[in-house]
Design a protein around this ligand. Structure first.
Ligand SMILES: Nc1ncnc2c1ncn2[C@@H]1O[C@H](COP(=O)(O)OP(=O)(O)OP(=O)(O)O)[C@@H](O)[C@H]1O
Length: 264
C-alpha cells in the first residue's frame, strides 16, 4: 500500500485494528464430503491473501463461505469483528460490504458498461445517478477503460470485461474484495492487464482474498499465502517464505509439480 494513494483520498475505509476477515475453525461439508476442515484465517486491513492449492482443495468454497453464498457447518466467520455466520445477521447487508469477482464476468449483456457499474451503487446503496456515474467514470479511467462507458459488454475483450467486472465490484466501496480465479477464463495475453488492475487496487489499500493458480502473481502481490490441501490450510506465511522455503512436504510437492509443468 502506498500512503500516497491513501492521502489522495483512497475510497477504501481505513484499518480498524481488527482483521477485516477472520475465520475460526470453519468446517464445510457437501453430503459426506468434508470440503473445509478446521480452517482458521485472519485477513488484516489493506492486505492481500492468496489462496493456492490443487484443483478441488477448497479455495472457491472458502471464498463462497466468506461471502455467505454457502452456509458453514461449524465454526464462525467475522467481518470487522462482527460474526456474520450468526443466523440473526442481515445477510444482504453483509454482502453489500463484500465485493466478489468470479472467473465468469457475469456482466449484464443488455446494459452498457456504465450501467453495469452504477447499478448496485444506485439501486442498493441509493447513490444519486450523477454521483454514481462520475465515480464510475473515474474508476474506468483508473482501470484503463476510459471511453468505454457507453459500450455493451459484447464489444469488449475478455480482459476488458473482467476489468469492468472488477470495477463493478469495487464501485460500492466494499470493505473486502474476494477474487475467485478471475483470470482463468482469459486468453494468456489478456491475463496481465487484469493482474495489473488487481496490483493497483492493492497499492490503493484494498483488502483482498484471491484464489489463484497464477503463482507468479500470488508471489508478487500477496502479503500472506495460504496453501490449501484437501480442505485444510496446511501452510501459511509470507509469499517469500511459502514459495521460497515451504515447510510442508505436500506444499513442496505441489510447487515442484508446478515448476515441472513450467508454471512457476
Ligand atoms: N455445490 C457443491 N456440491 C458438492 N460438492 C461441491 C460443491 N462445490 C464444490 N464441491 C466440492 O468441494 C471440493 C472443493 O471445491 P472448490 O471448488 O472449493 O475447490 P477449488 O480449490 O476452488 O478448485 P479449483 O481450483 O478447481 O477452482 C471439490 O471436491 C468439489 O468437487
Amino acid at each position: 500500500m502506498t500512503s500516497d494513494a491513501l492521502s489522495k483520498g483512497s475510497p477504501w475505509p481505513l484499518p480498524s485494528g481488527e482483521p477485516v476477515l477472520r475465520l475460526e475453525a470453519v468446517r464445510k461439508t457437501y453430503g459426506s464430503a468434508v470440503v473445509l476442515r478446521d480452517v482458521a484465517l485472519e485477513v488484516p486491513a489493506h492486505s492481500v491473501t492468496a489462496l493456492i492449492g490443487a484443483s478441488g482443495s477448497g479455495k472457491s468454497t472458502l471464498l463462497r463461505c466468506a461471502n455467505l453464498l454457502e452456509d458453514v457447518d461449524d465454526g464462525a466467520i467475522f467481518l470487522d469483528g462482527e460474526e456474520i455466520t450468526d443466523p440473526r445477521i442481515d445477510q444482504d447487508a453483509v454482502r453489500r460490504r463484500i465485493g466478489v469477482v468470479f472467473q465468469a464476468y457475469n456482466l449484464f449483456p443488455h446494459m452498457t458498461v456504465l450501467d453495469n457499474i452504477t447499478l448496485a451503487p444506485r439501486r442498493v446503496h441509493k447513490v444519486p445517478r450523477d454521483r454514481a456515474e462520475t465515480e464510475a467514470r473515474e474508476l474506468l479511467d483508473r482501470l484503463g477503460l476510459a471511453g468505454r462507458a457507453g459500450e455493451y459488454p459484447d464489444r469488449l475483450s475478455g480482459g476488458q470485461q473482467q476489468r469492468v467486472a472488477i470495477a463493478r465490484a469495487v464501485a460500492t466501496r466494499p470493505r473486502l474484495l474476494l477474487l475467485d480465479e478471475v483470470t482463468a477464463a482469459l486468453d494468456p495475453e489478456l491475463v496481465g492487464e487484469v493482474l495489473a488492475v488487481i496490483r493497483d487496487l492493492k497499492d490503493e489499500g484494498m483488502t483482498m482474498v484471491i484464489a489463484t493458480h497464477e503463482m507468479a502473481f500470488a508471489r508478487d502481490v500477496a502479503d500472506q499465502v495460504c496453501f490449501l490441501d484437501a480442505g485444510v490450510i496446511l501452510e501459511r506465511g509470507t509469499a517469500d517464505r511459502v514459495f521460497g522455503a515451504p515447510a510442508e512436504q505436500r506444499t513442496r510437492d505441489f510447487l515442484s509439480r508446478l515448476t515441472e509443468a513450467g508454471r512457476l
